[in-house]
Each structure stands twice: as C-alpha cells, then as structure tokens.
Design a protein around this ligand. Structure first.
Ligand code: TRP
Length: 333
C-alpha cells in the first residue's frame, strides 16, 4: 500500500543558490521524515540546453554535494541521477504517445525559454514536461514539491495520467498533488526585486551561492538594492512597490522559519542598513555550515558517486517494477 510518496528533482545546471535552497531543498529536508522521498538530479533535463560535458559533470557533482550538505540523508531518501534509471526515458516515450501536441503547445515555460527562436530550440526542450511526467509517474508519487514555475508542468502530468487511465486502465496511475512551499517559493535577485534569483544572471552580486564565503555573503547583502524608507508594516501592500525590501524580509523570514509579519514586527522602524547586519548574520549561520560540507563532499568524488550509485539501484528496483506493469497494460510483450 502506498500512502505518501514524494518525488522531486532539480536540474544540475550550475551552482545552487539561496533561491534553490529556500524554494526547494529546505522543503525536501523537512519532508524526509514524513514521506518516502525520491530526490533526483534531473541531468537529462539539464542537456535540453547544450552543456559542455566537463561543466555538466561538475554541475552534477556539485548539486549532489549540495543535496547532502543541506541535510538530505541517503539512508532516509532515495537520492539519484535521472540518467541512471533508464525506465524514466522508456516511460517518457510511452507518455509521448499519450500526450497531445496541443497540450505541449500551451506550456508557457517552453515559450519563455525558447524565446523568439522557437525553430532552433531542441526537441528535448519542447518535450521536457513529458520526461518530467515520467519521472513522477514511474514511482507513482503522490506528492510533488514544486515552485511556481513548475505548476503547469504538474498539471500536464495529471492530464497525461488521466488520459492513460482512460485509454488503458482506469485507476492505474495515482494523480500526484503539488506541494507548494509555505513562506516563499520565489527568492528574487538582490539587484532587482522583480526578477527571480537565478544561476544565469550575469551579476554574481544578484545571488547568494551556497558555496559563498562569509565575506562574500556580507558584501553581497551590503550591496543588495533596497530603499531609504524604514521597515514598516506596509511593505507588503500592493501599492508600496518596495520589491527589494519585500525580498529581504522574506529571505529572513524563510531562513528563520517565521512569518514575514513576525519579522516586520520585530524590526519595525529599523532602517535597512541595520536590518542587513542581522540578515547577513543569519545567512552566515545557516549557509556557511552548508558550504563547508559541500567542500567536504567534493573532496571525495569517488565516494559521492558511490552514494549516487546506491541511490540509483534503489530507484531502479522500484521503477523497473512499474515499467513491467505498464508494458503489460499497453500490450507490449
Ligand atoms: N523541471 C524541473 C525544474 O526545472 C526539474 C524536474 C525534473 C522535476 N523532473 C521533475 C521537478 C519531477 C519535480 C518533479 O525545476
């Protein structure tokens, strides 16, 4: 009997930053005691955009090290690379034959990522939400923690699962539910409060990387854009337009696991230059131990790869069982 099973994934496309930590990994850690969890490095999703092999390898190992350093336990969870479990791509093909072209054409992320040059985008970038659906359905996951940007993909996954059930076998797939993080799901750039914190932003000052030193954290918070008004309870009013101020308050609130209102109360009347000192202290307290551990995990890549191999074996055992059932349902011999 399956009760609660979580699957989620992160693309290893660069060094992880505070946005990935607060938006995803911190929640992964908090779920590991209550759910059976599968956490995946979506390396096949990462190659939908051309990546140098050496860079890809580094990104995979850094992301794996970051998962473990942030507190994901390989004994409690299945932590693995997508490309090491071939059932994902096998199921993905079958789902390609279930999903409709019209459904994929509605995916807003493809439109954003492909931009004006749609004809030159890889086919993989276009069908990426189908592989993502296979990632989820191959484990019959009941819950999928995702940020805002992946909600539409999860809806697509539910549509695909529903059509599979209708076409072949009622009730075979469980429809997965999204889990959207409580406080912030979006950490914004430190330089522009209207843009998401991103690995691809040209300015390193726009983000806190999980590998930043204490001095880098202090400098980046000092230079973070704010306004000259003190902290007050109206910061989150729609009309205030104090996007950078909102972002810093939300970061503090999430790191300290308290509501933004509580933070506003505690710092009411203070200037942002005062608040920034508290914020960098809190960041150093929470992030520096993680960056130390990332270094430690990266000092022994053989062991790191070994941990991923053990995870892939566990994932494989489970995924192969589902794949056999699906082949039979579809009529493949
Ligand atoms: N597409 C997700 C992202 O870019 C990563 C991902 C791949 C994922 N497969 C998944 C997330 C399955 C949740 C479930 O962030």
């Amino acid at each position: 009997m399956i009760n609660k099973r979580v699957l989620s994934g992160i693309q290893p496309t660069g060094n992880l930053h505070l946005g990935n930590y607060l938006g995803a990994i911190k929640n992964f850690v908090s779920m590991q005691n209550d759910y059976e969890c599968y956490y995946m490095l979506a390396d096949l999703h990462a190659i939908t955009v051309k990546t140098e092999p050496k860079v890809l390898r580094e990104n995979i190992l850094n992301t794996a090290a970051s998962f473990l350093a942030a507190g994901l336990d390989t004994k409690k969870n299945v932590i693995f690379c997508q490309s090491n479990v071939s059932s994902h791509t096998h199921l993905s093909w079958i789902l390609n034959c279930i999903a409709r072209v019209g459904w994929l054409n509605r995916m807003t992320q493809f439109k954003e990522k492909a931009g004006s040059n749609k004809e030159k985008a890889s086919v993989g970038l276009y069908t990426y939400p189908i592989l993502m659906s296979a990632d989820i359905l191959i484990y019959k996951a009941t819950h999928v923690p995702v940020g805002d940007d992946q909600k539409q993909h999860l809806e697509l996954c539910r549509d695909i699962a529903t059509k599979f059930n209708n076409d072949y076998d009622n009730n075979y797939f469980i429809l997965p539910e999204p889990i959207i993080p409580k406080f912030v799901s979006r950490v914004m750039s430190l330089r522009d409060g209207t843009k998401k914190m991103s690995k691809s932003d040209e300015s390193d000052l726009s983000r806190i990387n999980l590998t930043d030193t204490k001095d880098q954290i202090i400098q980046k918070i000092k230079k973070a854009k704010t306004d000259n008004d003190p902290i007050d309870e109206k910061i989150f009013d729609e009309k205030s337009k104090r996007y950078e101020a909102q972002n810093l308050i939300k970061i503090y609130s999430n790191l300290n696991s308290e509501t933004p209102d509580k933070v506003l109360n505690n710092f009411n009347g203070k200037t942002f230059s005062d608040f920034k000192k508290y914020l960098s202290d809190l960041l150093i307290e929470k992030i520096s131990p993680i960056s130390e551990k990332i270094k430690k995990y990266r000092s022994d890549d053989k062991e790191l790869i070994n941990l991923l191999t053990i995870g892939s074996e566990k994932a494989n055992n489970n995924a192969e069982k589902t794949m056999l059932e699906i082949k039979k349902i579809v009529g493949l011999v």
